[in-house]
Design a binder for this molecule. Sequence first.
Ligand code: UD1
Length: 422
Amino acid sequence: MDSILVRGGGPLKGQIPIAGAKNACLTLMPATLLSEEPLTLTNAPRLSDIKTMTALLGSLGAEVTSLQDGKVLAMSSHNINNHTADYDIVRKMRASILVLGPMLARDGHAIVSLPGGCAIGARPVDLHLKALEALGAELDLKDGYVHAKAPKGLRGGTINFDFASVGATENALMAATLAKGTTVINNAAREPEIVDLAECLRKMGAQIEGEGTSTITIQGVDRLGGATHPVVTDRIELGTYMLAPAICGGQVELLGGRINLVQAFCEKLDAAGISVSESANGLTVKRNGGDIKAVDVTTEPFPGFPTDLQAQMMALLCTANGTSVLEEKIFENRFMHAPELIRMGANIDVQGGVATVKGVKRLKGAPVMATDLRASVSLILAGLAADGETKVSRVYHLDRGYEHVVAKLSAVGADIERVKDT
Ligand code: UD1
């Protein structure tokens, strides 16, 4: 197993290119199951989660060819010969549930393993299932699998989400493109990844209106065709690397970044005293040596502050001047990075879904352990400005969501390397 070694330093200077969004790619890939014609994604990120989705689609009979060192994924689902998504793959990645809606919509039947719990909370799929039932699916839960049927095809319907779930909106949106009649999704998630999915589906021939708002209307069509689509910029990778100069000082340009992807996050950076400006090539983040100001953060569905940036923001606030309160409203157990940051000298008190962070002058390097994807990168960020060396172990979490993290941070002057554990 590998670890990452980070030695504190700074300031950072230079450019970091931002990849295509993991979470967009993980929903665009299953969209291939909706059509017999090829779907090609460009600007795909090179990540282990993408390999897991490639394996899952392959197990169903889809062909996924990785071109240009993984930046292009050429997919074809003309020969789907298995409609069961097996537990062995699904348990590795919750996004696997996104094959359910497309398979059911196209062929009228699908069996998908329930994803089970994960480190950051229970994460049930009840909203996915209710949405498909509203489109006429007959569902049966047996032996840890969802058995879904729609012998006469799905039909349009009204879906009212109690909570604006990202994945459930994506599953419903994909399924509705091939349902007979009109589907209205109320309280739909508004994340940029959903807008990206709708744009891709529209290129394939789907009729969709309202993506990016809380109400999405889909007029079902008989069949979808092929398309080529660039994956939207990864706003979480963007926000993560914006925090590197914010924590270490310096000036870094994030190539491909746009403010509208990270508006709520930029407002908090501004309140903390970090300047962000947009140029033709991306976003430039600058910290001029002044103190970080404490800020309060509450995670919310888009356009609110993203839960996927909460751990990284906490790393910044550990050395702020004053006390910050971070409230996690999306996942019930998403402060596992806090005990690790405390090992590095942070002063954090967690009570349920609220973490109170009292800023300290400096963090100190320490051996720490990654517990999930975003927690792992928050520890790297913390290590970038800590005195001495930080060793982050269990970095397989990191490989799920960040490509070339060592190369990207080294290029702007960070002292970071990947080592094999002995
Ligand atoms: C997606 C992202 C993830 C991000 C999250 C919230 C992908 C692959 N992952 O996850 O990185 O952190 O959005 O922005 O895109 N819930 C239910 N029932 C359901 C579905 C969800 O109770 O059927 C709950 C979850 O347990 C969680 C909350 O709703 O507490 C948010 O989940 P959701 O928006 O569905 O997130 P994901 O799509 O899983």
